[in-house]
Design a protein around this ligand. Structure first.
Ligand SMILES: Cc1cc2nc3c(=O)[nH]c(=O)nc-3n(C[C@H](O)[C@H](O)[C@H](O)COP(=O)(O)OP(=O)(O)OC[C@H]3O[C@@H](n4cnc5c(N)ncnc54)[C@H](O)[C@@H]3O)c2cc1C
Length: 250
């Protein structure tokens, strides 16, 4: 049985900014395509392509955050593949609606007989609890396999094998625990990512999604620092890393 002890976050898509030839901007400083696009969008509002204040993209975008002019952040979209998180974690994640799109592994179609499981951060390092948890996962997986088998027999009169399997799996999955590992593709614009990160990387968030949010933050900060570098990672009062933005809900 494969056990995940931390999530895996991979950036799988970013946008390409194509500057219109007839409206060039006096850029300053290095920046990614998404950051340039947001600056371009912001400058359209005031037709300030000449960059009269000689601001670098980083300084310009920091001012956007300060002013709360976050709608220009909606143009820049990043798509992440997130693996090694539990179904309970994605249940919380998909509550973030505005500006997000999701595609998640289907337990109706995919055989979970060899599913992986995500160990709750709270028990990692406690050998006795880890052992107990693992045997609970093994029991649940065995129950799932048995349920699929007996449901396949029950529905043997259904000629279409794919449909029969789907009927068996969709019922059998009810015995799988919240800790079952899942995979999800998440596309989100920068404004949406920031709001999610503020809520889920904070100390009030549940530990697994908090850990996932920190992993997402790391990837996005590396990709587009000007959008996310006001997030400070710190040690929470509970001794666990957390993050908070300098600018609340832009
Ligand atoms: C620590 C924590 C504990 C939680 N506990 C629970 C719980 O016990 N039970 C539970 O059900 N949920 C719980 N949630 C989920 C929470 O209620 C939200 O559903 C989740 O955080 C998504 O937030 P959001 O709606 O702001 O995000 P999004 O849907 O991404 O929306 C972003 C922002 O857009 C605006 N917006 C979006 N939709 C609308 C709308 N329809 N009308 C007006 N404005 C809109 C709002 O300003 C909103 O903040 C919890 C969340 C956290 C962080």
């Amino acid at each position: 049985m494969h056990i995940y002890r931390e999530p895996r976050v991979t950036l799988i898509a970013r946008l390409e900014f194509r500057e219109p030839e007839h409206m060039p901007v006096q850029w300053m400083g290095e920046a990614s395509g998404g950051e340039r696009l947001a600056e371009f969008a912001g400058r359209i509002c005031y037709m300030s392509q000449r960059n009269p204040a000689s601001r670098s993209t980083a300084v310009y975008l920091d001012n956007i955050k300060k002013q709360g002019h976050g709608s220009v952040f909606e143009h820049a979209v990043y798509v992440l593949l997130i693996e090694g998180i539990s179904r309970s974690c994605t249940h919380e994640l998909v509550r973030h609606r505005a500006g997000f799109g999701y595609s998640q592994l289907s337990q109706r179609y995919v055989d979970e007989s060899e599913a992986a499981f995500v160990m709750p951060p709270a028990i990692i390092g406690d050998e006795a609890q880890e052992r107990a948890w693992q045997s609970q996962m093994e029991a649940a997986q065995a129950a799932y396999i048995a349920a699929v088998e007996s449901l396949m027999t029950r529905y043997s009169h259904i000629a279409d094998r794919i449909h029969r399997r789907k009927m068996a799996r969709e019922a059998a999955r009810s015995v799988l625990p919240n800790g079952t590992e899942t995979k999800i593709v998440v596309s989100g614009n920068v404004r949406a990512w920031r709001t999610m990160l503020e809520l889920r990387a904070g100390e009030g968030a549940e530990q697994e999604i908090r850990r996932m949010a920190l992993a997402v933050l790391k990837v996005l900060q590396a990709e587009a620092p000007s959008f996310f570098d006001d997030f400070e990672v710190y040690q929470g009062e509970d001794g666990i890393p957390a993050a908070r933005p300098a600018y609340h809900k832009v």
